[in-house]
Write a protein that binds this ligand. Structure first.
Ligand code: GDP
Length: 479
């Protein structure tokens, strides 16, 4: 039931093609509407169906969100453990877990799952979610109230938890599943170490069982959307929502993730001071998964080999002291992000000490160098979020293989990056990088199971739009 009438209506640029609701107080989250003026026009338009589903979701959220009458009623059933006579509000609770990039891609996955199953998404605030993200839905909060019954158990939820779906399947605990009684809540373990039973979440049959469970509580560190595309019952709805499959995270991300005012301050000040005036912005995201502190010579070699070979940055001339560019001087700004400052310093020296062969002038900038991952520290994650966002505002992007930090930047920016291939044995790989097939994140640990035939299968070969990732051969991504 696609509503085409929306398509012809002119919407202001700040609403991102109708993706954003107009119902917010602008001051509470300045970046929500302001960010559009910092970016180029969206190259893609959200489908009118996606827009209408988001408005419908917002209405459901308003009806079922925290402390509404429906919420209180459904919660009573959770407390009593009684089987609900079909409730009008069902929920997905997302547990705050893992690094910030991981959290952003999993939250987008949980939201899409909520859309597909008519559930309401509630977000465990963890230690810092409230400091990082504005409320994405008008009027009623998306944060799980602190008095939610099972909240103090989130840390101990794992594969051995009695209400873990995989464990219940394994123990054949669903004697009451034959239409008699389904549990009032189930814990879904979708973390990378999940087992064959947990993975049955991605089967049609299991989805139809889970439909009857009012509370699904989910822990995940993976962008699992590619495997939702392989569930038959979601197929049609997904294709209506996203005619262009490459834009799933792009639109969900632009809709859901708006930096709070303190983070928007970090972003906008940095952008206006260092990046806005350049003719072109080049983002380089360096994430090294090797032991030892770095900087490593082979990583530096790789960065240069990639950016020079792909003509993303100009060569320097070591012979001539000065090179004149005919016409107006072109300036480029490189935005680097990395836990160390070593790579930044090398590039900075290089473009200061020598002219470029093209005569372009190159500024090199890196907002922070936090040395190591400090997931529980507030300002650390505010800076990490600001940096992902700044990378997404560049024109050309180079990312590191395996990193969700980079996936977030490319997806929000609508950018198809050059991926620096993962170095092996402390050597720069050849080729150093290659262009991504799409701007979508990679699902790092997908299931390889044919639910119907009940045997293993290569899920990267089933449909043309779900393929193996460039950076992780066994991963899955939408193209
Ligand atoms: P992934 O591990 O690369 O997939 O990305 P995550 O974001 O999930 O986890 C890495 C965490 O390390 C981030 O959330 C930051 O806390 C930190 N981190 C990694 N790289 C950077 C960086 O370039 N800048 C900042 N500020 N933090 C970083």
């Amino acid at each position: 039931s696609e509503d085409n009438s929306l398509q012809s209506v002119e919407v202001p640029k700040e609403l991102l093609g109708g993706l954003l609701s107009t119902e917010f107080d602008k001051r509470s989250c300045v970046g929500r509407y302001q960010s559009a003026s910092y970016r180029k026009e969206l190259p893609h338009k959200p489908s009118s169906y996606l827009i209408s589903r988001l408005r419908r979701y917002e209405a459901l959220h308003k009806k079922c969100g925290p402390y509404t009458e429906s919420y209180n009623r459904t919660l009573e059933r959770l407390n009593s453990g009684h089987h609900p006579e079909s409730s009008d509000c069902n929920y997905v609770v997302w547990i705050s877990f893992s690094g910030l990039g991981n959290r952003i891609v999993t939250l987008a996955s949980a939201f899409l799952y909520a859309l597909l199953t008519n559930r309401v998404l509630l977000v465990d605030p963890g230690v810092d979610m409230v400091d990082l993200f504005c409320e994405p839905f008008p009027e009623v909060s998306w944060f799980l109230p602190s008095d939610f019954p099972a909240k103090n158990q989130f840390d101990i939820f794992d594969q051995n938890y009695p209400q873990c779906y995989g464990k219940m399947l394994k123990n054949n605990n669903f004697t009451y599943s034959n239409g008699l009684m389904s549990p009032s809540f189930v814990y879904l373990h979708l973390v990378h170490d999940y087992n064959e039973h947990d993975k049955l979440f991605f089967c049609d049959e299991d989805q139809s069982f889970l439909q009857k469970v009012p509370w699904l509580i989910m822990k995940t560190d993976n962008y699992f959307i590619p495997s939702l595309y392989l569930i038959r019952s979601f197929e049609q709805e997904l294709s209506n929502l996203f005619p262009n499959k490459e834009t799933v995270f792009h639109f969900l991300g632009r809709y859901l993730f708006h930096p709070t005012n303190p983070v928007w301050g970090l972003i906008s000040r940095y952008y206006l001071t260092y990046l806005a005036k350049a003719d072109e912005r080049i983002g380089i995201q360096i994430r090294v998964f090797e032991t030892g502190n770095g900087p490593f010579q082979h990583v530096l070699d790789q960065i240069l080999a990639c950016t020079l070979k792909e003509n993303l940055l100009p060569e320097i001339d070591k012979e001539k002291p000065i090179i004149h560019q005919s016409g107006t001087q072109i300036s480029k700004a490189i935005l680097m992000t990395s836990l160390t400052s070593g790579y930044f310093e090398k590039l900075w020296d290089m473009y200061w000490e020598h002219p470029t062969v093209t005569g372009e002038v190159i500024g090199v900038y890196q907002p922070s160098h936090e040395k190591y991952q400090q997931t529980e520290k507030q300002t650390h994650n505010q800076k990490a979020w600001a940096e992902m966002y700044l990378l997404s505002m560049t024109d050309v992007l180079v990312t590191s293989a395996w990193s969700t930090f980079g996936y977030v930047a490319q997806g929000l920016g609508g950018l198809r990056p050059w991926i620096l291939n993962k170095p092996e044995n402390q050597t720069a790989p050849d080729p150093p990088c290659h262009r991504a097939m799409s701007m979508e994140p990679c699902f790092h640990s997908p299931p390889f199971y044919d639910c119907k035939a009940k045997r293993g299968i290569d899920t990267g070969l089933l449909v043309p739009h779900v393929r193996h990732c460039e950076d992780i051969s066994w991963g899955l991504k939408l193209v």
